[in-house]
Ligand binder design. Sequence first.
Ligand code: ZN
Ligand code: ZN
Length: 183
Amino acid sequence: MRLAKLEIALQDWAGTPCGCGRSAGHVAEDLLRIAQGQARSAVGALEGHAWSVPVLFLPAPAVTSVALAALADDIPPEARDQFLDLLLYMVAGDGTDFEGAARGLDLPALCRDIAAQGLWLLYREVASGRSVPAAGTAFEILTVVETNRARLHRVRDNSGELLPGHCRSGLCDDEWPADEGKN
Ligand SMILES: [Zn+2]
Ligand SMILES: [Zn+2]
């Protein structure tokens, strides 16, 4: 759990206002618990703090960075699933909260840029055969952050049973506003 822990330590939680109105220090503690496989639901723990559909709150970019570090790390499989779920929320944000907007930030764009840095971590999750639902989540994150649609569709069309039916059908590509691809 080295990389996730280091990335959590690197971020300025105390100086970041949380979506709940407190400082985001408690988000760091939640992320640590998730990385240790001790959290039941990462999405449940951080909703209202890192995001509230459809907007993202100020801790969102740091949460996105930690989720990627965790995917690169050696963590329990349940923790990996949780961070993938979390990452999907971070890239699916459709607006910036009042406080972030007042600072001139575009939080969804920031989170997508960070997530795009982990492109091959996400492809690895699809190709690994570890878990079909997790591969589906990784693929759905890719449908938002992958600019090379030919690559995305090539992987989709060659992944067979590694991907759930909804992803293989092409439906998941169309659900996201970021997708300009046509099937
Ligand atoms: Zn909070
Ligand atoms: Zn899907």
